[in-house]
Ligand binder design. Sequence first.
Ligand SMILES: [Zn+2]
Length: 308
Amino acid sequence: MGTIMPDWMTLARATLCRAYKYTGVLSVHEAIARAYGRRFMTILLFHRVTDQRPEDGLTINTARFRRICAMLSRRFEVVPLAEVFRIVRSGEEMPKRTVAITFDDCYYDNLAAARVLAEYGLPATFFLPTGYVGTERVFDWDRGLAPMPNLSWDDVKSMIRMGFEIGSHTVSHANLGAVNMDQAREEMIASRNTLQDRLGIPVRWFAYPFGGQNHLRPEFVPLIREAGYDGALSAFGGFIRPGIDDQILPREAVPYFKSLAHLEVYLSGCLHWIYALKRSKPFEGYPNLWPTEYQSDFPASHSLIGSR
Ligand SMILES: [Zn+2]
């Protein structure tokens, strides 16, 4: 798979976003939005950070990842996932430019990414499908491509020693929208038990595989608590706003943003008026636009490929 959108479009967006930022319009816009009570937080989703294959909906290269880390550490408050859940549940005011970082799927390159995160002092949570860790098992979407090794249990332990948190991503990376209740329960409980037994750490968070709206049936939501998790994450985009359902929080897949400026301006929350205009809908003072916004503006490849 190649780039997500044509290069001229990436360039145009990056140029506009840079202009928005460097003319100072962005910070004025942000200040006004906050003055009008607009509050939100964002959880970012990464999969692969590697130079071994071209960037795609799951992959960013190592140089870009480092630039993103530098930008986040300078311009945003990067907090542990638990802090995002705590703020959502406490009802306290959501702080400015607050972001959490997550990774899914246990690619071996996450170990090097963790070292870069540690260099910048950025916390992150890595969601692992336990049936893949320490094996040569290949995800269906990677079949026929150059091998992408998985993390070993020792790799995961060294990530824990670096201070990173581990969450569950089921055992077999099952589509929980296509299994029965017993299978879903087993995937959620067994993966948590394995992580806790092998790593000797508490496992509080669950990210359901594929992460779309059809990949976790509503009747399975109580299993999150039953299996012992404090909360879960989806993998489709959207900001976290006051009053959101606090059991399953949304995430933004980073590879969609092909330039640093686009990512920063997007994370500042100042692009929503563009999406509102594009849909020719009333502005309505920053309504929660998800999921209409995402489905109308984002290419299908983003939601399908960018959310394994
Ligand atoms: Zn996944």
